[in-house]
Design a protein. Structure first.
Length: 740
């Protein structure tokens, strides 16, 4: 087959990862209730006079008292302010805001790594949408019924300490409400079977009848088992034997007795199907793409798919996990069977209704699964495909990716993993790109580094999707501060040079180990904007950044390393254990970004910004060093020695700034040594110095900057320079070429 050369020019775009939230209630409805209570308390006589006239309650209100004015102000606050807690209304606002600043794609990722919970509409099972994401107020049959609207539990304005909303009450109310709404709906379509809604419902049910039935049946059986037996849980493997198979006589009898629940389940799935199509249509109207996250191994034994296909697609004798000892306790797949291939293809076809792009989380898992024998605590697990069989792993990943591409979906994937599987997956991506497809390869700066040094991202090939962080990493602020809440993140603190290298080489903010981890109290918006600008200007096809990171960088002093912006521990299978609750956390108050829309538009336009990649000086003495050119227009961010804040350095000295040079003593004892401009680098640093010129070296790491100025000739600067440094101190020189 002739290889097709892909032109990636003019295709630079940006993505934002937005955590998925369950839409249990509109924030407006909760505020109306609170507002009415306040108005009744403040103006009882007025409300009694005009009880039946909507909007007339304040007709003759005396606003002379401060208490009444305060009550009105509070009411107006309830009705005009949004808490952005993650319902659909708030999510639509997020979509529009990101569109306005130039974002081309939104990546709807679970906010935690606990994929087999209700962390996204698509995470509960391979087929069927999670009803926690159904907005009851938008269901037509509920909208038309004051009785049903009144039954919807209203979300409180305040949350529990762990910032998650307890959904148990809502789920039970939803079950009752949907059953009543379904009864109303079925009566209406009997009366008018030719209505558009009736026809749409019939098409949907006919298309997915078999899958709808198995999910509905599982839902009924699961509910009845949990209600009537002790020591059982949603995992069907814990149920009485007679209910573990969909073909048992007891299951058949139970289904017959609860046919109304089956109908209600189909109706509920149809309603959320409509709402998810609406969301996709909104993306298309705005010219944006919707990307959803699907993880390998998200099919728990608490799902209809595993229950119904346990003898064909799934192998209950084994459970999936990782080679670091993690057993996820989810059933393994029979990946070599036609049933598994058909299952995956049907699933992708189903998802293509709601999304434009599929992000294959745990993509390496599709190349080979790591399996443990179920119930054997001594089993250390094994790879199903041996790691030396690179071609087999490559073919497995390639087959999956091509299947999605041939359905018209765009694809991406988490290629991070052990070396053998990562190489196999990346090989599959390269081959598909040579065949004419376009799959950007995932690159995450905090992970893809070698020897604790980071490469120059300006040299990355265009066919890369560069992630600032991902949904299962701490926020970028937590990474550079090496702290999540009160907990140290050792993964990013060790070795001692890691954060300094990351900040310096990825963002051009030249930093030393003596300054890291950064202190949350020393961060600034200037630092955050500079980091965003550099990241967005990289020449790769796609840059991807979590919404939490945008907010953290724009408001680093406010956000700091607070837990509520990201609960995950990198490399662990779950976030906080939070059974029966919505796993999602509160969205950052994105409305606070409104005043910075123009700044963000400029950043997300991805125009090239000056960037000078720092490299090492030649040195003798055990110093930690940097050297970088100073391209005109580059923002120099430094730590102000007086305030300790990271801010923009303003050139006030006479002369032309040419080089930035750092020499750091990271040892506790004093050191004397030598440094020299390097001669074996990509950039000719010695060529920046004129032998015949005079240069001023200003040490900007000192409070008394005027007393820390060194004058050197070009000849001296090109030779060895001797340095004496006290323990744990730095020289941070800006080198100016002086006028003649």
């Amino acid at each position: 087959m002739k290889k097709k050369i892909i032109d990636f020019t003019q295709k630079k775009y940006s993505k934002v990862i937005v955590p998925i939230f369950a839409s249990n209630s509109s924030s407006v409805f909760s505020r109306i209730d609170d507002s009415i209570k306040l108005l009744i308390a403040a103006f009882p006589s007025v409300l009694k006079v005009f009880p039946e006239v909507e909007g007339a309650a304040l007709k003759n209100v005396d606003l002379s008292t401060g208490i009444k004015q305060a009550a009105l102000k509070t009411v107006l606050g309830y009705l005009t302010k949004r808490d952005y807690s993650g319902n659909l209304e708030d999510y639509i606002y997020v979509i529009h805001f990101l569109h306005d600043i130039g974002v081309k794609s939104i990546v709807e990722f679970p906010f935690t790594q606990k994929h087999q919970s209700t962390t996204s509409p698509f995470s509960a099972s391979s087929f069927g949408l999670e009803l926690d994401y159904l907005v009851l107020e938008l269901v037509p049959e509920i909208q038309d019924s004051p009785e049903l609207l009144a039954m919807i539990p209203k979300r409180p304005i305040t949350y529990e300490n762990d910032l998650s909303s307890d959904f148990r009450i809502h789920r039970e109310a939803r079950r009752v409400i949907l059953k009543k709404a379904a009864s109303k709906f079925y009566q209406e379509i009997v009366v008018d079977p030719t209505s558009q809604r009736a026809q749409t419902f019939k098409f949907y049910v006919d298309k997915y009848d078999k899958k709808l039935m198995r999910n509905a049946e599982f839902s009924v059986v699961q509910s009845k088992v949990l209600d009537n037996y002790e020591n059982v849980n949603p995992d069907f493997r814990t149920w009485p034997e007679k209910y573990r198979s969909p073909d048992s006589p007891e299951v058949k009898k139970l289904i017959t007795l609860h046919s109304d629940d089956i109908l209600a389940h189909k109706y509920g799935q149809f309603c959320i199907h409509e709402q998810q199509l609406f969301i996709k249509q909104l993306y298309e109207l705005l010219g944006m793409e919707r990307e959803v996250n699907i993880a390998f191994g998200i099919d728990p034994a608490a799902s209809a798919d595993v229950w119904s296909l346990q003898d064909t697609v799934f192998n209950l004798k084994y459970e999936l996990g990782a080679d670091n000892g993690q057993n996820w306790h989810v059933p393994a797949y029979n990946v070599s069977t036609d049933a598994y291939i058909d299952f995956v293809k049907e699933r992708l076809e189903y998802l293509s209704e709601y999304a434009h792009v599929i992000f294959f989380d745990h993509l390496c898992g599709y190349s080979t699964q790591y399996i443990y024998e179920r119930g054997n605590a001594e089993d250390k697990g094994r790879w199903e495909v041996e790691k030396w069989d690179a071609w087999k792993m490559r073919d497995n990943a390639k087959y999956l990716l091509k299947m999605a591409l041939d359905l018209g979906l765009k694809v991406g994937g988490e290629t991070l993993g052990d070396y053998a599987r990562q190489q196999a997956v990346e090989c599959a991506i390269h081959e598909l790109n040579c065949e004419g497809y376009n799959i950007p390869e995932m690159f995450v700066a905090p992970h893809k580094n070698y020897g604790d040094n980071y490469g120059n991202n300006m040299n990355l090939s265009q066919n890369i999707e560069l992630f600032l962080t991902t949904h299962d990493l701490p926020t970028i602020v937590q990474i550079i501060c090496g702290t999540r809440g009160n907990e140290a993140i050792d993964e990013f603190r060790s070795p001692k040079t890691k954060i300094a290298n990351f900040m310096s080489q990825q963002f051009g903010i030249i930093t030393t180990p003596n300054q890291t981890p950064l202190s949350p109290g020393h961060l600034s918006q200037e630092l955050g904007i500079a980091m965003l600008e550099v990241f967005m200007s990289y020449p790769v096809e796609a840059v991807t950044i979590p919404l939490q990171d945008i907010f953290a960088l724009m408001f680093p002093e406010e956000v700091g390393t607070n837990l509520y912006f990201n609960m995950n521990h990198a490399g662990t299978p779950t976030g906080l254990d939070n059974e029966m609750k919505n796993f999602s956390r509160i969205l950052p108050p994105i409305q606070n970004l409104e005043p910075f829309k123009d700044v963000l538009k400029d950043i997300f336009s991805r125009t090239v910004k000056p960037f000078d990649f720092p490299e090492r000086l030649e040195e003798c003495g055990g110093f930690f060093t940097w050297i970088a050119c100073i391209t005109p227009g580059r923002k120099m961010i430094f730590q102000n020695p007086g305030t300790k804040k990271w801010e923009i350095f303003k050139h006030t000295e006479k002369g032309r700034p040419v080089l930035e040079m750092v020499v750091s003593n990271v040892a506790a004892e004093d050191r004397v040594g030598m440094v020299k401009l390097p001669s074996d680098k990509q950039i000719d640093y010695k060529g920046q110095v004129d032998f015949a010129k005079i240069y001023k070296l200003v040490d900007i790491s000192r409070n008394d900057r005027d007393n820390n100025i060194y004058i050197k000739s070009g000849e001296e600067l090109l030779c060895e320079m001797y340095i004496s440094l006290k323990g744990n101190t730095d020289h941070h020189f800006v080198i100016y070429e002086m006028p003649n």
